[in-house]
Design a protein around this ligand. Structure first.
Ligand code: AMP
Ligand code: ZN
Length: 115
């Protein structure tokens, strides 16, 4: 059984504030929000990071972006704007080794995405 934190959220072994779920993905509120709206969108398939994406995952990755667009609309920020961030590895500060897309919105976000 996968020990990964986000796999446990997928299996409902750890609670999360889920805003969207289907057979391929789950989206839930980040426990330490960096913006008024901070949602993590993750594939149900365990992929550790961008580095582990395989060519057979290409449709899934495209699907995630289509759903991010829909989740942004559900959250009412598709017009005002939002930022999508994926950290990969140590220098990017990736803490959870299950691919996840940060959806950030609800305020004017900083112009610098790197400090
Ligand atoms: P990253 O630094 O890109 O790996 O992002 C991991 C994110 O997961 C951080 O923003 C954390 O606040 C968030 N996080 C960690 N544990 C949980 C949890 N149990 N529920 C929701 N978000 C979490
Ligand atoms: Zn996982």
């Amino acid at each position: 059984m996968e020990e990964c934190l986000f796999c446990k959220i997928i299996r409902k072994e750890i609670p999360a504030d889920i805003v969207y779920e289907d057979e391929n993905i789950i989206a839930f509120k980040d426990i330490q929000p960096a913006a008024p709206i901070h949602i993590l969108v993750i594939p149900k398939k365990h992929i550790s990071s961008i580095n582990e994406i395989e060519s057979k995952d290409e449709a899934l990755i495209g699907y995630i972006y289509t759903k991010i667009k829909e989740i942004a609309k559900m959250q009412g920020v598709n017009e005002t704007g939002y930022r999508v961030i994926v950290n990969c590895g140590k220098d990017a500060g990736q803490e959870v080794m299950h691919l996840h897309f940060h959806l950030l919105a609800g305020k004017k976000l900083g112009e610098k995405i790197v400090d």
